[in-house]
Structure formats: structure tokens, C-alpha cells
Design a protein around this ligand. Structure first.
Ligand code: NAD
Length: 416
């Protein structure tokens, strides 16, 4: 295999592997290599100093054979069309693996939100939404938050869309605040799914999750909630990190208290009773479960050999490179791939959409039970494919996802 360079290279290589295993129709393979539609927009935005800036944004709609497009919107200075295309493709497989009736999409705006005021971000979001109006909507393409966009951003999108329609359309986006139709449990859903995958993996490996040691990279939305949920399920959290470094405590730490410490000091580092560690050390910590929940490309050929965890559940998107995958497989580490492990977020987004469409609001218990049922079913579906194909879980998830999408495309046929 040629060493993959970009996210899109990796995504296309993964598709190639799945296509080979599935003996995929070459026409369908060719179509799946490309997004159905990519829209590039120039977003002229009023800035607080009275001037204007033109930001470049895009929305990539990869495939909608199984249902409306679905995917987050990220604001980041490094956003590129290629990266967004890869992320849109992964959303297609993720929704298919989770078996929710959506296709895959992703959006991005090349900007530095950290250097913008809230008013500037609001004007940017509303203008970007106005440029996407003909391409998004509850039955077309349903955006959600991603890097540096949040529930408030979704509320601005919902309001802009609704103002144009002339009536309130909460089902046009997910990940909204509760006050405008958001779902109970959405904020923690990705992490709950990650921990449920770790629990199911432990069952197959004959490990008990209660008392299992867990290390978490990243203490943002996914990382902190994963540490909290694992702790509440009886795990021992032995190490956590954020962008400034991390802490190690072999006897176990209380993630709620670490969260308070981070809120006060800005980082998990220097927490009483723990030894400070680097992010590199965290990935090599002796533990049963390792949850990377920060950035992509963290576990590489260089450090994969030093990973000591028995289970690696990918909270982040793309934390493990294809070369590292091979090393981990040889070491017998049970890896739950991102398109399965972090699919709890989009699954609860789907539950939010259904609540909005039916004008209902479910309890937290209802939402969490439905999420658990769907996560466990998805995990078992992937595990069955892995057994049948004698493959690792990542390849199995791709075979399942690509297979379901291709089946839908064949059934729909080609018009005209
Ligand atoms: P976030 O911004 O809330 O948190 C990111 C965390 O990573 C922060 O604690 C930050 O300090 C830390 N971090 C940054 N650089 C680091 C480094 N070099 N080493 C260690 N930690 C570092 O983001 P999030 O929403 O928690 O997302 C994390 C990952 O999970 C991303 O890959 C995202 O795409 C993925 N993901 C998120 C969701 C979701 O629902 N939020 C869903 C699916 C996938």
C-alpha cells in the first residue's frame, strides 16, 4: 500500500479495501469515490471594526442513497475542500453502520473563530446559511456542530433558515440548545456511545468493565464526558490529558474534580496527587481501555508499538493512521474504529430530528435507552462481519457501511 498522505487519500484507500472485499460493482465504486455535490461559497461578512471580510466556505454532500445528507459544520483556519470531502464520505459510512436513515455530508468555513467576536461569528453563520439555503433542509441535508461550532451556532442556522421559510423549522439542524428543540442527552451522546463500545468489546475479550483502567486523551466535550461516564460505570480513570499536557494517577482519579480543576486553571495539568505527563506518555499508559478523544493522527507507526491498552475506542475522528492500524492489529489490540465508536453523536442527532419532525420531546432515559439499543446493535453487526471476514473491526465497519450504501444505490437504480 502506498503511504496515505491526506484525509482524502486515507478515505479513498479505505473505500478501495472495502470495495475489494465486497467485490463492489465498479460503477458504484467510481460514484462513491466522488461526492454527489460540492458547493463552494464566498461569505462576505461585516466585521466589528466596520470593514468586511470574505471567508471561503463549502458544503460537501457525499451520498444520499439511504436518506437525507447529514453532517457537521466546522470552522477552522485549516479547512480544505479535500478534508471536508473525506469527512463527508466517513459520515456516509458512519450513518450506514449506525443503520440510521441518512446519507453523509460535511461543511466547513476557513476562518479562525478564536480571533472573532461572537457577533462576527453570528453574522458569518447567518450569511453562510443564506448561501446554503437551497441545498439544506429537513429532508435534504441536516447540519450539526463540529469543530468550533456548537449548539448556539445551530440555533443561528435554525433561525436564519426559519426566517426565510416564514415559520419555525427546528428539524433543519441538530445539536440545538434544549430551548429550541434540542434533544436530552445530545451533549454526552458521542461519549456514551464510545463507552458502550468499550463495554461491548470488554465482554468479547472476557474483561470486566467495572474496575477496568481507562486513559483518555483530550478533555473537551468527548473526552471529559467519556471519562465521567466510564467512571460512573465503575471504571478507574488512570490518566487524562488536554492540549497543555496531562496527569497520571495509577490509583484512579475523580473526573468530576479534575473537570472543576480544569475549569478554574484552564488545564487538567498540576492536579493534586497526580503526576504530570505528556500526551505521548498518555498514549503509552498501562491501561485496559485507551480513548483518544482529541485530534487526528495521534497514534502513528512511531508510537503504536508502545500502546499498552487492550481496547482502543476511537472517540476522535481519524486518531489512528493506517500504518499504526497494522501495528496495533499485530499486537492484538482490539480497536473500535471511529465510524462505529463515535457514532453515538449522529445517532442522537437522528433521535433529535425524529423528535422535531413528530413535535415530541423524549425524556433523558428514553433517549439514552434508544441510543444504547442502536449502539449495541451496530457494534454486534460490525463484530459479526469481522468474524465472518476474519478481519479487524475497522475493515469490518467499512465493509458493512459501504455494503449497505451500495445495496441502497443498486435498489434505487440510475435515473434517467
Ligand atoms: P473539543 O474541542 O471539545 O475538545 C478537544 C480536546 O482536545 C480539548 O480538551 C483540547 O484541549 C484537547 N486537545 C487539543 N489538542 C490536543 C493535543 N495535542 N493533545 C491532547 N489533547 C489535545 O472537541 P470534541 O467535540 O471533544 O471533539 C474531539 C474529537 O472527537 C474530534 O476529533 C471530533 O471530530 C470528534 N468527534 C466529536 C463529536 C462530538 O459530538 N463532539 C462526535 C464525533 C466525533
Amino acid at each position: 500500500m502506498v503511504e496515505a498522505q491526506t484525509a482524502l487519500d486515507v478515505a479513498l484507500e479505505q473505500l478501495r479495501i472495502a470495495a475489494e472485499k465486497l467485490d463492489l460493482d465498479p460503477d458504484i465504486h467510481e460514484m462513491l469515490k466522488h461526492p454527489k455535490r460540492s458547493l463552494i461559497v464566498s461569505i462576505r461578512t461585516k466585521m466589528d471594526d466596520g470593514g468586511t471580510c470574505v471567508f471561503t466556505g463549502c458544503r460537501v454532500q457525499h451520498n444520499d442513497a439511504r436518506g437525507p445528507f447529514k453532517g457537521g459544520i466546522r470552522y477552522h483556519p485549516d479547512v480544505t475542500l479535500d478534508e471536508v470531502t473525506a469527512l463527508a464520505m466517513w459520515m456516509t459510512w458512519k450513518c450506514a453502520v449506525a443503520d440510521i436513515p441518512y446519507g453523509g455530508a460535511k461543511g466547513g468555513v476557513c476562518c479562525n473563530p478564536k480571533e472573532m467576536s461572537e457577533a462576527e461569528r453570528e453574522r458569518l453563520t447567518r450569511r453562510y446559511t443564506s448561501l446554503l439555503l437551497d441545498f439544506i433542509g429537513p429532508y435534504r441535508d441536516v447540519p450539526a456542530p463540529d469543530l468550533y461550532t456548537d449548539a448556539q451556532t445551530m440555533a443561528w442556522i435554525m433561525d436564519t433558515y426559519s426566517q426565510f421559510k416564514g415559520y419555525s423549522v427546528p428539524e433543519c439542524v441538530t445539536g440545538k440548545p434544549l430551548s429550541v428543540g434540542g434533544s436530552e442527552g445530545r451533549a454526552e451522546a458521542t461519549s456514551r456511545g464510545v463507552v458502550l463500545c468499550a463495554r461491548e468489546s470488554a465482554k468479547h475479550l472476557g474483561l470486566r468493565l467495572k474496575g477496568a483502567t481507562v486513559a483518555v486523551q483530550g478533555y473537551g466535550n468527548v473526552g471529559w464526558n467519556a471519562a465521567k461516564i466510564a467512571y460512573d460505570m465503575g471504571c478507574k480513570i488512570v490518566a487524562v490529558t488536554d492540549s497543555r499536557g496531562g496527569i497520571h494517577c495509577p490509583n484512579g482519579l475523580n473526573p468530576y474534580e479534575v473537570y472543576e480543576h480544569k475549569s478554574k486553571t484552564g488545564s487538567v495539568v498540576d492536579y493534586d496527587g497526580c503526576e504530570n505527563i505528556t500526551n505521548e506518555q498518555l498514549l503509552e499508559t498501562k491501561c485496559d481501555v485507551l480513548i483518544p478523544a482529541a485530534l487526528e493522527n495521534q497514534i502513528t507507526k512511531a508510537n503504536a508499538g508502545n500502546v499498552k491498552a487492550k481496547i482502543l475506542a476511537e472517540g476522535a475522528n481519524g486518531p489512528t493512521t493506517p500504518e499504526a492500524d497494522k501495528v496495533l492489529r499485530e499486537k492484538g489490540i482490539f480497536l473500535v474504529p471511529d465510524i462505529l465508536a463515535n457514532s453515538g453523536g449522529v445517532t442522537t442527532s437522528y433521535l433529535e430530528w425524529v423528535q422535531n419532525l413528530t413535535r415530541e420531546h423524549w425524556t433523558l432515559e428514553d433517549v439514552n435507552q434508544k441510543l444504547e439499543d442502536k449502539m449495541v446493535r451496530a457494534f454486534n453487526d460490525v463484530y459479526r462481519v469481522a468474524k465472518k471476514e476474519e478481519s479487524d473491526m475497522r475493515t469490518a465497519a467499512l465493509i458493512l457501511g459501504v455494503g449497505r450504501v451500495s445495496e441502497a444505490m443498486k435498489t434505487l437504480g440510475l435515473w434517467p
